[in-house]
Write a protein that binds this ligand. Sequence first.
Ligand SMILES: [Fe+2]
Ligand SMILES: [Fe+2]
Length: 170
Amino acid sequence: MNKKDFDISIIRPEMRASDFKRRGQGMSRARLKSIKRGLRTFHTLETMAVNIYKFQITRKTDDLNLQLISAMSNEMTHLQDFQAKLFEYGFRPSKTRFMYWMVGFIFGFFSRVLGRSAILRIGIWVETKAVHHYKELLHDIDWDEETRGIIEKDQADEWGHIKRWQSFLK
Ligand SMILES: [Fe+2]
Ligand SMILES: [Fe+2]
């Protein structure tokens, strides 16, 4: 699937009770191990991403803040995607993810203090790294089809964030 196929105006795609499944039965240990590593990486990155946007939001009622709220909510969707998948596979989140919570807070808070340009530049920098991570893990890991579809949608969302912050910088 191509990233252009995804509707990134959908911040929170619908999830029905029947979408939740036990996953991983019949998979080799090596495949499960790589999926676990990938899901933990995504879950940790998204924990950081939620915090960056959360701490960038100021009290001003301008368009940038509205877009930051939208991006934060979108990252909360990503976090939910990977948290659900971890537990569906019988895995647990990374124990060191709180360090990334802190990193997200630091990036978010200090870019907010520095102002609009820093907010946008940090966003672009972090999202560019995220897109790269998504590309690598999509390539390296033999995902189940449903999880792969979710990862591709989330990657398209990250592209959308980069484009949005770039348009604000112009
Ligand atoms: Fe994300
Ligand atoms: Fe993002």
